[in-house]
Design a protein around this ligand. Structure first.
Ligand code: GDD
Ligand code: MG
Length: 351
């Protein structure tokens, strides 16, 4: 049996003020349509039935998550964590929860914040990943051909020697989020793929890899799952989450294991990491402006205008971002959209 689990508990401050602690990135609407979480569920439902499609998230996001996907998957398929403890905990807890409920099967973990246009190619890649995980009994990740030297993604160095199935590639090395110099080297060498954040493995393969590389996660979470009612955690899970280290599955397991293969995804893909990339999912008008909400401009070009409610008016601007929400506004040059991260940190400091 095949299951899919969407990891949707991230904090999502990079799109501030469009995204907030209480409304992370996956709930933000893209390309003037539905939000990334809904789009992700819809993409997965091409491959798995609704009752096999799960979401794992922070219990504080329970209501917004449930309301967002209520017409797509059953409410009991939302697995709640007591708080964020990064993806290693999230993957281990969700896997043990499904193991307890279904016994065995393959699970595909996907991020909630990936933007994909080509649903056909996505479906095809996922099916190949499930097949490869079944065949190799190992973990399988989906690699994507890099289009620039990004520092925000993991890189997979692929062995040029092909294995017996030429579409299942051997991973030589996995490097999570390199610095810019290494990112440039990796990009130019042509030997690397981006990690798209998609992981497939049998329940046992996933649990064994955690047991081997993060034994504390294994011990504490299995103890809690034994005692907890499904699918929501209880105080045992709370204790377990308090004890374990905050580490991503990428750093904790993928970088260490050699029991891992990669299949190549041919779909276009973007982890919407800035307001600029969010806007690029939509279409620009004749003046190069990307507008969402009410806007009236004179001599305004190549700008991103987002308004939740107010009428935004502009005169004589070029290459700017203007975002207006109920209680916060940001104005900045488009090429400095990445710096929002620093701004949010500053905001936290100043309260
Ligand atoms: N439930 C839950 N709990 N979900 C979480 C948690 C958690 O504690 N932490 C993160 N997530 C979710 C996020 O919402 C996101 O959908 C996904 O897990 C990945 O987490 P990110 O925080 O967005 O990771 P990243 O983007 O920095 O890096 C990962 O994804 C990249 C591709 O998007 C890595 O896997 C990189 O190697 C990869 O390139
Ligand atoms: Mg991400």
């Amino acid at each position: 049996e095949r299951f899919a689990v969407i990891m949707a508990g991230g904090s999502g401050t990079r799109l501030w003020p469009i995204s907030r602690e209480t409304r992370p990135k996956q709930f933000v609407n893209v390309d003037n349509g539905s939000c990334m979480l809904v789009k992700t569920v819809e993409r997965l439902l091409q491959t798995v039935p609704a009752d096999h499609c799960f979401i794992v998230t922070d219990k504080r996001l329970k209501n917004i998550t449930r309301n967002t996907v209520k017409n797509l998957i059953p409410g009991e398929n939302i697995i709640l964590e007591p708080f964020k403890k990064n993806t290693a905990a999230c993957i281990e807890f969700a896997t043990m929860t499904l193991k307890k409920r279904f016994g065995e099967g393959l699970i595909c973990f996907v991020p909630a914040d990936g933007y994909v246009n080509d649903r056909e190619k996505y479906k095809e890649a996922l099916e190949r990943a499930y097949d490869a995980a079944e065949k190799t009994k190992a973990l399988v990740i989906v690699g994507i051909t890099p289009s620039y030297p990004a520092t925000g993604y993991g890189y997979i160095q692929v062995d040029s020697e092909k294995g017996d199935d030429e579409r299942i590639l051997i991973v030589q090395k996995f490097i999570e989020k390199p610095d810019i110099d290494n990112a440039r080297k990796f990009f130019e060498s042509g030997e690397f793929l981006w990690n798209g954040g998609i992981l497939v493995g049998s329940m046992d393969a996933i649990m064994n890899s955690v047991k081997k590389y993060l034994p504390e996660h294994d011990e504490n979470i299995s103890h809690a799952v034994k005692h907890s009612k499904l699918p929501t955690g209880n105080r045992y899970l709370n204790d377990a989450y308090n004890k374990i280290q905050n580490i991503s599955f990428d750093n904790g397991v993928l970088e260490k294991t050699d029991c891992i293969y990669v299949i190549k995804g041919e779909f276009d893909w973007d982890d919407i990491g800035s307001i600029d990339s969010l806007a690029k999912t939509g279409k620009a008008d004749a003046d190069g402006n990307m507008v969402s909400g009410r806007h009236l401009g004179m001599d305004t070009s190549n700008s991103i205008i987002f308004s939740e409610d107010a009428l935004v008016t502009t005169i004589g601007i070029d290459n700017l971002i203007v975002v207006s929400t109920k209680d916060a506004i940001i104005v900045c040059p488009r090429d400095r959209a990445q710096e929002v991260k620093g701004l949010v940190e500053l905001l936290k400091e100043k309260g």
